[in-house]
Design a protein around this ligand. Sequence first.
Ligand code: SAM
Length: 244
Amino acid sequence: SGMLYIVATPIGNLEDITFRAIRILKEVDLVAAEDTRHTRKLLTHFGITKPLTSYFDHNKSLKGEYILDRLRDGLSVALVTDAGTPCISDPGYQLVRSAVSEGIAVVPIPGACAAIAALSASGLPTDSFIFHGFLSNRSARRRDCISSFKEAKHVIVLYEAPVRLMATLEDIRELLGERVVVVGRELTKLHEEFVRGPVSEVMDSFVDRQIRGEVVILISPRSEETQIPDFAEVEARLRKYFFR
Ligand code: SAM
């Protein structure tokens, strides 16, 4: 059977595609894309013409079968999504799972991933982290999930829509307290921005602004709180200690 390549594409800056990704996209028989129009533009930019087929959330079982058939026939297929690494908060997992269970070789072609890019420049501890992807869009579930981060000893990495950034930061402040957070916005693009600090300060910096583009939110673990020099709090603690 053919090979299934899981090909990462840029998350904004087209220079972030890898030499290997370009070679694989040139060599495969078929490219399965989340949005064929979007991917056609990317391929055209790199001078690649290739048959494209769509593979996205709502056609994934039907299209999965079609793609598996091509692989069984010995064709090689590259799976790409609109941005970053397929299967990471993006379609692909079921296809990979089916291919693996049939003994079809699945080969990752690594590259950009917003979560890793944000974490790497966040300044938060990077030794261990929890990637959570998107929160539920139902308010009660979102809040339950954020509350469940209370005792986490690792940095939490979230994907969020820009329109919900403020509400999510507000929930973090309310449910977890004054944690240090980092928001990475428009990574690798012209207006790339990092905002780092206690959650209220980060919120202040976004207030009265229309928040555009794509964002990653990182929440520091509880133990990190001690690293914020919050003098008012230190003073309050000392006072409690000396004057109890
Ligand atoms: N598969 C992608 C990856 O590897 O990062 C993630 C796809 S997910 C559908 C899209 C989300 O990723 C956005 O809502 C945002 O949270 C994050 N994201 C993608 N590109 C980004 C960028 N350039 N800057 C900040 N966040 C980004």
